[in-house]
Design a protein around this ligand. Structure first.
Ligand code: BES
Ligand code: MN
Ligand code: ZN
Length: 493
């Protein structure tokens, strides 16, 4: 993996070597601690010449200033009291990229005035932004064009180092969860099949997560023929991983997160066109987010009982593959007529959702899935689509989206749409026709949740290939980890 920076936090981080990054608010005042370096007014002049306004993540790069420093980066942080979580991540990301190949970077976060004080949470987010921006999927590049990579050491100065360290400890667990999700999405399917993915989930045991993996025989016994029907066309056997974090009160109902983990989606017999089919290595983005979330919650020792369930299969065309017209019996005993073998994600989730509610009696279930191309048509890449049977849960998720910048937008479920998936030959069919494709998929899933409060998040537009920004240079975005970590911490801990 890309070399990630090593972060440290201390009271006074002033230095006279390496790179110094100074956060400057839109009042353009230079914090006293850094102003002491500016004996001949060089920084003030640089601000003028560059027409720097202190906008979020804007930057003035002052090379070889007076004294021993290599460079001083003035980094805008707007009006700190109004800056969002995304803004702070961008600030951190900008510092990382502007510092280039520097081995030592010191960040001054002490404010020039009380009004523009930078909170301990914000400082932790700056550190997180730097780490997130450093991540690149470069494991398979044998020739580096950037020369020898260096491990950047980032030291942040903070007025309240103890509280800042506490916040960073929390944020660093969440950051690692995002990076894990990104890496899982980026890995190609010849490396990361269902078995290998399940092994990654097993890795969470080291954080105190209980992990159980179901194989074909166990899933057959449970009657999960909707999920298994997708896997029969592949040489790779299916798996289901069940991760449990018991950080809450004993006996308290768990919060449940369920992920679609199609390690590769060819479409099956209803095969996809070749153009961009390679993107379907990311069709396990939902499962990656659930795994990353479990990592985040366990490493920050969340005070909640949480289960994560991921259904892992590969959707391939083959002599053994299921056909359009086939009828399968799900674990719920409801029968499904397969109209299009490319609508496979809902088949995987049908059994995972049913299993989850029967075994765990959860407080709520939230599933994430790269489920429909239609959600890209509706919402593009900025919002994930959500579908829910519960207003309170959907509202909480919306709020968590606004806070973290991992935004969601609710679309309807309705008995009238439910008719789209009624079948002549079975209890339901797996596709509904040309219109309202994302909603039809939501209606399908709803038939497997009973009365459990539930949200389906369609992340087909957000889990991968999302627009790059200051803190994301990766194709796999890790979308959903920060969103759901925030949902848990703001509403259920
Ligand atoms: N994995 C795809 C959805 C997808 C499309 C994810 C583009 C990410 C980017 C899913 O399994 C699928 O193929 N859905 C079909 C459903 C259709 C057959 C009803 C689709 O969206 O075309
Ligand atoms: Mn598909
Ligand atoms: Zn799919």
């Amino acid at each position: 993996m890309a070399k990630l920076p090593v972060i440290s936090i201390s009271k006074n981080a002033l230095t006279n070597s390496g790179t110094l990054a100074v956060l400057v608010a839109s009042d353009l005042k230079i914090p006293a601690i850094a102003a002491s370096l500016d004996k001949n007014g060089q920084l003030k002049r640089a601000i003028k010449v560059a027409k720097f306004e202190g906008k979020i993540a804007s930057c003035v790069d002052v090379m070889v200033p007076e004294g021993g420093l290599d460079r001083i980066l003035l980094i805008g942080c707007g009006e700190p009291s109004k800056a969002t979580e995304t803004d702070w991540l961008k600030v951190g990301g900008k510092i990382f990229s502007a510092a280039g190949k520097a081995a030592k970077v010191t960040i001054v976060t002490e404010a020039a005035s009380d009004k523009n004080k930078i909170s301990t949470e914000a400082i932790a987010l700056v550190a997180a932004g730097a780490k997130l921006s450093a991540y690149q999927f470069d494991d398979y590049k044998t020739k580096s064009d950037n020369g020898k990579p260096v491990t950047m050491k980032i030291a942040l100065g903070a007025d309240e180092p103890t509280a800042t360290k506490r916040n960073w400890q929390r944020m660093s667990g969440v950051t690692d969860g995002v990076l894990l999700a990104r890496q899982l999405v980026n890995e190609p399917a010849n490396v990361l099949g269902p078995v290998e993915f399940a092994r990654k989930a097993q890795g969470l045991k080291s954080l105190g997560v209980k992990v159980q993996v179901l194989g074909d025989a166990e899933m057959k016994k449970l009657g999960m023929h909707a999920l298994l029907g997708v896997a029969v066309g592949s040489e790779k056997p299916a798996r289901m991983a069940i991760m449990q974090w018991d950080g809450g009160k004993k006996g308290e109902k768990p919060l449940a997160f369920i992920g679609k983990g199609v390690v590769f989606d060819t479409g099956g017999i209803s095969i996809k066109p070749a153009g961009n089919m390679e993107d379907m290595k990311g069709d396990m983005g939902g499962a990656a987010a659930v795994t990353g979330l479990m990592h985040a919650l366990a490493s920050r020792k969340a005070k909640a009982n949480v289960v994560g369930i991921i259904g892992l299969v590969e959707n391939m065309p083959d002599g053994k593959a299921q056909r359009p017209g086939d009828i399968v019996t799900s674990m719920s005993k409801q029968t499904i007529e397969i109209i299009n073998t490319d609508a496979e994600g809902r088949l995987v989730l049908a059994d995972a959702l049913w299993y989850c509610q029967k075994r765990f009696k959860p407080k709520f279930m939230i599933n994430l899935a790269t489920l429909t191309g239609a959600i890209l048509v509706a919402l593009g890449k900025t919002h994930a689509g959500i579908f829910s049977n519960n207003d309170e849960l959907a509202d909480n998720l919306f709020k968590a989206g606004q806070t973290t910048g991992e935004r969601v937008w609710r679309l309807p479920l309705d008995p009238d749409y439910d008719k789209l998936i009624d079948s002549k030959n079975a209890d339901m069919k797996n596709t509904g026709g040309r219109y309202a494709g994302s909603i039809a998929a939501g209606q399908f899933l709803q038939r497997f949740v009973n009365d459990v409060p539930w949200v389906h998040i369609d992340v087909a537009g957000t889990a991968m290939g999302s627009p790059q920004n200051e803190f994301n240079r990766s194709w796999g975005s890790g979308y959903g980890v920060r969103l759901l970590d925030r949902l848990v911490s703001d509403f259920y801990e």
